[in-house]
Design a protein around this ligand. Structure first.
Ligand code: FMN
Length: 172
């Protein structure tokens, strides 16, 4: 699939079949996620694949009861690694880590779509319970939960602002 096609066709998928997603698929997704650029190539990001039903249910509860999280065969929790970004000081901690993880998440979403699977970027969750559920050390911060599975829906494109409204020339 062409990159431009994947970008245009991708949708957030929030309903999944029970069909499994193979471990090799998850490994390839993580490889592709980590092909994304990162500040200084420090790759200050980590990924946790969750398949256990009880753990997924706990994550769904922590994510304001977004229960589709527990219905996906696998969830990839994308995390910042503050130790790996330490070289860049405050700007690394406050900004670069979110560039690094955001770029990786988008790679996952596009690759998932290319594979005929579906996923959604979930950012609305209470961090403390998620840290406890996943036993995260202090320097690891969860930024997104990405449920991945076989889609049972084909949502329409959500309206986007027109380029002519969001592009300014030369200055604000
Ligand atoms: C930072 C961020 C947080 C998001 N959090 C959630 C979320 O908690 N739950 C959810 O269902 N979708 C979430 N989304 C997905 C957006 O709702 C979705 O991308 C947007 O409505 C556009 O739809 P599309 O992805 O189908 O184009 C999030 C997306 C981003 C980038």
């Amino acid at each position: 699939m062409e990159v431009k096609t994947a970008i245009r066709e991708r949708r957030s998928i929030r309903a999944f079949k029970t069909d499994p997603v193979a471990e090799e698929v998850v490994i390839e997704l993580i490889e592709l996620a980590n092909m994304a650029p990162s500040a200084g190539n420090l790759q200050a990001r980590e990924f946790i694949a969750v398949r256990d039903d009880k753990t997924k249910e706990a994550l769904a509860a922590a994510a304001l009861n977004q229960m589709f999280i527990s219905e996906a065969p696998v969830c990839i929790v994308v995390c910042v690694n503050y130790e790996r970004i330490a070289h860049y000081g405050e700007r690394g901690r406050e900004l670069y880590v979110f560039h690094d993880t955001g770029a990786a998440i988008q790679n996952i979403l596009l690759a998932v779509h290319d594979m005929g699977l579906g996923a959604v970027w979930v950012g609305a969750f209470d961090e403390d319970p998620v840290k406890r559920i996943l036993n995260l050390p202090e320097h690891i911060r969860p930024v997104a939960i990405v449920p991945v599975g076989h889609p049972v829906e084909q949502p329409k494109m959500r309206v986007r602002r027109d380029p002519s409204d969001i592009l300014r020339k030369e200055s604000w």
